[in-house]
Design a protein around this ligand. Structure first.
Ligand code: SF4
Length: 86
């Protein structure tokens, strides 16, 4: 199983909740104060990263606590080949 996290970072209000529950996945950026997704790649302001399935529960906790609902966790049973937000 592949796990993808999608972070719509522009709308982040810097509440810190995702970092509190998932410090292995998110950190607070000292430059603009918003949360950032560790090891992610950016396309059109949307950050994505593929993570190990063992972190799926943690990622889903971050998704659940985000008050802006800007963290999306997708569990893929087929091999991850490409991601596009288009
Ligand atoms: S929980 Fe959501 S709004 Fe709060 S810091 Fe994390 S991404 Fe930003």
């Amino acid at each position: 199983m592949s796990v993808i996290i999608i972070h719509h970072r522009k709308k982040c209000i810097a509440c810190h909740y995702c970092v509190d529950v998932a410090p292995d996945l998110f950190y607070m950026d000292e430059q603009d104060g918003k949360a950032s997704l560790i090891n992610s790649t950016e396309k059109k302001g949307i950050f994505t990263v593929k993570i190990l399935s063992q972190f799926a529960d943690t990622a889903q906790q971050a998704q659940a606590v985000c008050p802006m609902k800007i963290i999306d966790v997708r569990l893929l049973t087929r091999k991850f080949t490409n991601f596009s937000d288009d």
